[in-house]
Design a protein around this ligand. Structure first.
Ligand SMILES: *[C@@H]1O[C@H](CO)[C@@H](O)[C@H](O)[C@H]1NC(C)=O
Ligand SMILES: *[C@@H]1O[C@H](CO)[C@@H](O)[C@H](O)[C@H]1NC(C)=O
Ligand SMILES: *[C@@H]1O[C@H](CO)[C@@H](O)[C@H](O)[C@H]1NC(C)=O
Ligand SMILES: *[C@@H]1O[C@H](CO)[C@@H](O)[C@H](O)[C@H]1NC(C)=O
Ligand SMILES: *[C@@H]1O[C@H](CO)[C@@H](O)[C@H](O)[C@H]1NC(C)=O
Ligand SMILES: *[C@@H]1O[C@H](CO)[C@@H](O)[C@H](O)[C@H]1NC(C)=O
Ligand SMILES: *[C@@H]1O[C@H](CO)[C@@H](O)[C@H](O)[C@H]1NC(C)=O
Ligand SMILES: *[C@@H]1O[C@H](CO)[C@@H](O)[C@H](O)[C@H]1NC(C)=O
Ligand SMILES: *[C@@H]1O[C@H](CO)[C@@H](O)[C@H](O)[C@H]1NC(C)=O
Ligand SMILES: *[C@@H]1O[C@H](CO)[C@@H](O)[C@H](O)[C@H]1NC(C)=O
Ligand SMILES: CC(=O)N[C@H]1CO[C@H](CO)[C@@H](O)[C@@H]1O
Length: 713
């Protein structure tokens, strides 16, 4: 053997040693669990986690959001994976920009946090179609989320695609990466009964399919009490310390995958405000009473439903009441109070994880939980719970008196001193400051483009019935025209157009004149439009624009949902004409959409003309303006209070649908501010385009910066 081979051999030995060491580390990073907690690299952990959904913010915002989550005491960032943005057409994938899942996970890893990856691929999440790509709808014989071969094939392919992508980037903890948990399916138990035996077969199949992907980290199913081994059943809700029935095996830990920090908001609804005290009470209770070892805040940062990504009626501002608000600013005192609670729990997590739990009564509505290590000088942690929402009480614990405020839990990391009480908020509140920096009040800076009212003669898709809305639009647009040529041969006095729709909005036009509109709401799945109409004898064009504001995202048999017009009649005092089975002509989408009039390269198109003399209250009109970016780096938002309903684009990127004319019970718009991420903007010459369905005044739009007032802690 020559010296060359000696060197090669030495090198090989060295290499094997290095590989051996590395592999040793990898094995250490394997994630397992038992009845108490997840075990990461051999260590038990109590983990605080927060949901941040990558497509609901921008890559430019991610580092700051993750840093604030870490500073707030989180260990884990949880996200869903959004199938319909990643696979817009079968086999065509998109992981760019806001959809760059790997970049998001690597950013979390760079900041030293873990990841819980909820692949679904059904996710609900107030995301259009619950995350399913709409093309699934057209797969022959498909039935979603049950023991159905075509569905399972697509679900398995996408799940495998994501897992392989993570594996090839080395992102599972078992490979030295940050992902410590994955989720398959999502709250399936809610609909399982609709599928009978096939539903339970599907649960087993999904669990086996997931487990077979060999990620080296556990899988969870949330709200699925019978999650098959080795998958862990996890709790979702607001009060898992009270409602969770517990892991379905003594070898599984108590995990809370969605602790709702607020609730999503719909058009016509108001923000759901959950107090910092209430959140802290229930998180602490889950840890004390259920031996909880993982709690995820849903959402920690909600962000923005850009484009047409939100599900039916959901506003673009998502969980703005979360600890980080829509713009990524601290929402105080929520963020600070939870941070303190995380620190109090972390200061005694070893004892919580190693000690024996005992509980005892402290009063009629008071109870105590103690975790005590068995060995001499072992730690002791106590939680003193006052479930009385009206009275504070003084209780005796180990010969000391403790005053417990109303509805609160005191944490005693040494069984003596209270370091945190869930109802005692030491963090100062802050308030949002909105500064108008620019208005758009000069009419000569605006351009407009009048979209067209489609009439029967202009359409080429004809049917003798009212067709289903989503099956025609394929979710490429919100808009579908139903058109008809109506022959009025006999007198028709006091004529009324009466229609019923299972879409979200209808605008009716007769002979190119707007006669009226109506809309439904999140809770009622259909609505009626009834408007007087003048019909002389002769031929009339009836054109109805049916609009959807996001596809449904929940429930069984999503593939069979019906949207669009269901009946149309002309009622005269003499007789009624049922037009339901008349000859209808269809047109998918608006002319402006076809022209991509919102794109920057079309901003000089000669379709645009000067704003009319009376710019307000026009129907189906596109508006365009150009503006400079506000100085500095504060968050930016458009105030669209003067507008009605439509969608807005900045430099060709949709900032979402707006619907200011939909008021809540106090007659206030549900949302007036619409986030424009800084990264959508250039210093100057930004192109703003709005499509307004009717009733807007663009001259009163303003551009604002958004910040929070200083708070002293
Ligand atoms: C799933 O992926 C495999 C391999 O890439 C492919 O051959 C198959 O056609 C895919 N099936 C479906 C339903 O997409
Ligand atoms: C759960 O959510 C409630 C309400 O938002 C909150 O009070 C509580 O602290 C949260 N608990 C956890 C463990 O996240
Ligand atoms: C918590 O763990 C203890 C063991 O330390 C066990 O006795 C108790 O039953 C557990 N409580 C719950 C709610 O699982
Ligand atoms: C301890 O907790 C168990 C389970 O919640 C309950 O049944 C029992 O009454 C509690 N004991 C005391 C003394 O409160
Ligand atoms: C507190 O009381 C409410 C009823 O007022 C009850 O539903 C809840 O389970 C109680 N929680 C605790 C922690 O005892
Ligand atoms: C509490 O006081 C009683 C009598 O004063 C004593 O017997 C007991 O050991 C004390 N308990 C603790 C935990 O200090
Ligand atoms: C969807 O449209 C296609 C043709 O355009 C038709 O064959 C199919 O029956 C429609 N499906 C539903 C559910 O309406
Ligand atoms: C109906 O629409 C067609 C096509 O746009 C048009 O030629 C016709 O004049 C319209 N009829 C009426 C009564 O407006
Ligand atoms: C329309 O046609 C459908 C299917 O042919 C039929 O069931 C329905 O009764 C008809 N409706 C009217 C109002 O004629
Ligand atoms: C706006 O237009 C609609 C119908 O075109 C009309 O009913 C309404 O009165 C108008 N509102 C204003 C403020 O002009
Ligand atoms: C760290 C701390 O505050 N320890 C205190 C706990 O309570 C005892 C008496 O109750 C004090 O002596 C300690 O200083």
């Amino acid at each position: 053997m020559g010296s060359y081979w000696v060197h090669v051999c030495l090198f090989m030995i060295l290499l094997m040693v290095i590989i051996g060491v590395t592999r040793g580390n990898n094995e250490d990073a394997e994630v397992t669990y038992d009845g108490r907690s997840l075990i990461i690299g051999g260590h038990r952990k109590i983990l605080f986690s927060g949901s941040i959904h990558y497509p609901r913010s921008t890559p430019q915002m991610w580092p700051d959001l993750i840093a604030k989550a870490k500073e707030g005491g989180l260990d884990v960032i949880q996200t869903y994976v959004f199938w319909n943005i990643h696979e817009p057409q079968p086999g065509q994938y998109d992981f760019s920009g806001r959809y760059d899942l790997v970049r998001f996970i690597k950013e979390i890893e760079a900041q030293g946090l873990y990841v819980c990856l909820r692949i679904g691929p059904y996710i609900e999440s107030e995301w259009t179609y619950g995350g399913f790509p709409f093309w699934l709808h057209d797969v022959p014989d498909i039935v979603y989320r049950t023991d159905n071969e075509p569905f399972k094939a697509y679900m398995q392919n996408f799940t495998t695609k994501i897992v392989s992508m993570m594996q090839s980037e080395g992102l599972y903890a078992s490979q030295g990466g940050p992902i410590i948990l994955s989720q398959i399916e999502n709250e399936y138990q809610n609909i399982e009964h609709s599928f009978g035996e096939e539903g339970s077969r599907y649960v087993s199949w999904a669990a086996d399919m997931a487990a077979s992907l060999q990620t080296g980290v556990p899988w969870v199913m949330c709200k699925q009490t019978d999650a098959p081994d080795p998958l862990i059943n996890a709790c979702n809700g607001m009060r898992c310390g009270e409602t969770f029935t517990g892991p379905n095996s003594p070898n599984k830990p108590a995990l809370w995958t969605e602790n709702w920090t607020s609730f999503y908001q719909v058009y016509g609804g108001k923000p759901y405000i959950r107090s910092a005290e209430d959140i802290a009470f229930h998180v602490t209770l889950f840890i004390a009473r259920k031996n909880g070892s993982y709690v995820n805040y849903y959402m920690y940062h909600g962000g923005t439903n850009f484009g047409r990504s939100s599900s039916a009626y959901v506003i673009t501002s998502y969980y703005d009441q979360a600890p980080l608000d829509e713009y990524g600013l601290l929402r105080q005192p929520k963020w600070g109070h939870l941070k303190e609670m995380h620190a109090a729990i972390k200061s005694c997590s070893t004892t919580l994880l190693q000690g024996m739990q005992k509980n005892f009564t402290l009063g009629e509505l008071q109870e105590g939980y103690v975790f005590e290590e068995e060995e001499e000088d072992g730690g002791c942690v106590a939680f003193l719970v006052n479930n009385d929402s009206v009275n504070k009480v003084t209780v005796q614990f180990q010969n000391r008196s403790y005053e417990l405020p109303q509805k609160s839990i005191s944490i005693l990391p040494d069984c003596q001193n209270v370091t945190f009480n869930t109802a005692t908020v030491n963090t100062n509140s802050n308030t949002r400051v909105i500064n108008p920096v620019q208005t758009f009040s000069s009419a000569d800076k605006w351009d407009q483009f009048q979209d067209v009212i489609q009439n029967f003669d202009d359409t080429c898709l004809i049917s003798d019935s009212l067709l289903e809305h989503m099956n025609l639009t394929k979710d490429n647009t919100d808009y579908l025209w139903y058109t008809l040529r109506f022959e009025q041969n006999s007198p028709c006095s006091e004529a009324i157009l009466h229609l019923k729709s299972a879409a979200h909005v209808a605008h009716a036009f007769v002979d190119d004149t707007y006669i009226g509109g109506a809309h439904g709401n999140h809770n009622d799945k259909s609505f009626i439009l009834e408007v007087p109409v003048e019909l002389n004898e002769g031929t009339h064009n009836i054109s109805i624009l049916s609009v959807m504001v996001g596809l449904p995202d929940s429930g069984a048999f999503l593939e069979r949902r019906f949207a669009g017009l269901t009946t149309v009649e002309i009622r005269c005092s003499e007789e009624s004409h049922d037009l339901t089975n008349a000859t209808w002509g269809y047109q998918v989408g608006l002319l402006g959409e076809k022209l991509e009039i919102y794109e920057v390269q079309n901003s000089d198109s000669n379709e645009w003309c000067e704003l009319g003399d009376n710019p307000t209250n026009q129907t189906l009109v596109w508006y365009k303006n150009v503006f400079d970016s506000p100085e500095g780096d504060e968050a930016v938002a458009l105030n669209l209070e003067s507008m009605g309903k439509g969608e807005a684009w900045v430099n060709g990127q949709s900032i979402g649908r707006y619907w200011v004319s939909f008021h809540d019970f106090n007659d206030q718009p549900s949302q007036t501010l619409y986030h424009v991420p800084r990264s959508f903007l250039k210093d100057s010459g930004n192109v703003l385009v709005l499509f307004e369905e009717g009733g807007g005044n663009p001259l009163r739009i303003s551009l604002n910066t958004v910040s929070v007032s200083l708070s002293s802690s």
